[in-house]
Ligand binder design. Structure first.
Ligand SMILES: NC(=O)c1ccc[n+]([C@@H]2O[C@H](COP(=O)([O-])OP(=O)(O)OC[C@H]3O[C@@H](n4cnc5c(N)ncnc54)[C@H](O)[C@@H]3O)[C@@H](O)[C@H]2O)c1
Length: 285
């Protein structure tokens, strides 16, 4: 099935980035947020992001304008009815995602593929609340979606070959390099990445080094583009905690048991860049 019209649900860090990526690569995009003002805000944010790319001569002004013109912001889930593919990117909470999949199944056309951008949750449990479990898969983008080249394509035990091939074609048409992964918590990247991030917080708690020095060490010693605390702030501490909790629930591996400091920071609403404060302070930046 050839995908032309894509629905994106969720107006956070990832929903915005995926919408921008799809629009730039020629897809018609219906962007659904719970309020019209946040849907409009997403388009305004996309315009800013595209303007920055025009200034840096990464994209032509006419192409940026055309990409924006392909995006329809809405608060009405019903507007996703005509989409060939819907990618949900709402909060990392299985109950919320299942409720959404159930609604999308009711609203969307019979041919529509329903995909999740979940980082860790069991995709098959979203598939099974729909009447189309063969047409459900994971399409897991990385942050920031317009920049990162990887997409993990999650095949559940119910996903059909046709669905996965359509998802693969969509990811490739977005300029991404897809890899196929099993529906297992964390897939490849987060299963490997999150013990590292969690243990960085543990080292900080133990007073082994300052947060700045741990970041400097991992950049200088491993050649990583950013240290673990800068990365946790970019991902979002609430999302990171939800990812660790899902990994721990699946594997019971102590490396996935969230370090208390992370949980306390989420309770204090210190969520990273998106809230202005996390391990670092972003208010002045
Ligand atoms: N942040 C990352 O680095 C990253 C990377 C890859 C995948 N993901 C995944 O993408 C998804 C979204 O993460 P994000 O980082 O964009 O989070 P975010 O906090 O920036 O955005 C979450 C979105 O969910 C919406 N939302 C919250 N509660 C809701 C509810 N009850 N019903 C409907 N919508 C609700 C919010 O309004 C917001 O638009 C998650 O599944 C996450 O695991 C995140």
């Amino acid at each position: 099935m050839s995908v032309k019209r894509v629905g994106i649900v969720g107006s956070g860090i990832m929903g915005s980035g995926i919408a921008e990526t799809a629009a730039v690569h020629g897809f018609e995009v219906v962007l659904r947020s719970r309020s019209q003002s946040s849907a409009d805000g997403m388009v305004a944010g996309m315009e800013k992001s595209l303007n920055r790319q025009v200034e840096k001569e990464k994209i032509a002004a006419a192409d940026a304008e055309a990409a924006l013109a392909r995006v329809t912001p809405t608060s009405d889930l019903g507007e996703l009815a005509g989409c060939d593919l819907v990618v949900e990117s709402v909060v990392e909470d299985l109950g919320v995602k299942q409720h959404l999949f159930n609604e999308l199944d009711r609203i969307c056309g019979e041919h529509t593929i329903l995909a999740t951008n979940t980082s860790t949750l069991p995709v098959v449990e979203m598939a099974m609340v729909t009447g189309r479990p063969t047409q459900v898969c994971g399409i897991h983008f990385f942050n920031p979606a317009p920049v990162m080249s990887l997409v993990e394509l999650v095949r559940t035990i119910t996903t059909s070959d046709d669905t996965l091939e359509s998802a693969r074609a969509f990811a490739a048409a977005c300029g991404k390099e897809p890899v196929e992964v099993k529906d297992q918590a964390g897939f490849v990247v987060n299963a490997l990445l999150f013990p590292y991030l969690n243990n960085a917080v543990r080292l900080l708690e133990q007073g082994v080094a300052s947060m700045e020095d741990i970041d400097t060490a991992m950049k200088g010693g491993c050649g990583f583009p950013m240290g673990p605390f800068a990365l946790l702030d970019l991902v979002g501490l609430d999302t990171s905690l939800a990812i660790l909790d899902a990994l721990y629930a699946e594997y019971r591996d102590p490396n996935y048991a969230a370090v208390p400091l992370l949980r306390r920071m989420v309770a204090a609403e210190q969520l990273g860049r998106k809230s202005g404060t996390g391990f670092y302070d972003y208010h002045k930046k």
